[in-house]
Design a protein around this ligand. Structure first.
Ligand code: FAD
Length: 147
């Protein structure tokens, strides 16, 4: 179940900060809407929260809590999904490995551009992700070779 009903992000399509936040929310299955700051809806949301013309990435949780350029830790806290360990020691079993960025549920199968879940539908994003995917494929192959 998502931590919040609505999460709105107002941030530039090309910004790495905005990308990292969207990527994080996608990975934790938290639906969000993403608005460009210059769009009508983006401007309206910034104005409604006294952030007109803000150059920073603005995140609004449930239409009430406003975060400016939050780190992933700050966002996780605000979503209420960060917990402090209550014990000093835990047993831990690691099965497999978490997917690399842009890696699909099929190990070694990377996805970039419009076809990716949560993609931003922008040429610059598609091209950037394509370049990222190339280096991630190399990393995946190196890790396999080393294993
Ligand atoms: C009308 C419109 C206006 C837009 N305006 C802008 C804009 O102003 N600025 C902006 O940044 N973005 C804009 N976009 C979005 C931008 O075009 C896309 O985000 C970008 O093209 C995505 O690139 P991609 O490589 O992921 O996918 P695509 O560009 O869609 O490329 C996918 C390619 O794969 C091919 N293909 C599909 N299936 C197969 C198959 N089975 N075998 C072989 N080939 C296949 C397709 O024919 C296509 O050529 C616009 C999109 C539309 C539709």
């Amino acid at each position: 179940m998502p931590a919040r009903d609505t999460v709105d992000i107002v941030g530039s399509a090309d910004g790495t900060e905005s990308y990292a936040l969207r990527d994080f929310l996608t990975r934790i299955d938290q639906p969000y809407s993403w608005l460009e700051p210059e769009s009508g809806e983006g401007r309206a949301l910034l104005g409604a929260h006294g952030r007109e013309g803000s150059a920073r990435t603005v995140v609004v949780l449930d239409g009430a809590t406003v975060l400016e350029s939050p780190s992933l830790e700050v966002l996780a806290d605000a979503l209420g999904i960060r917990y402090s360990p209550k014990r000093r020691e835990y047993d831990l079993i690691v099965i497999g490995r978490p997917p690399l960025t842009l890696e699909s549920s099929i190990p070694g199968f990377f996805v970039a551009g419009d076809v990716r879940h949560g993609s931003t539908k922008r040429v610059s994003a598609a091209v950037g992700e394509g370049a990222m995917a190339v280096s991630l494929v190399h990393r995946y192959l190196e890790e396999r070779r080393a294993a």
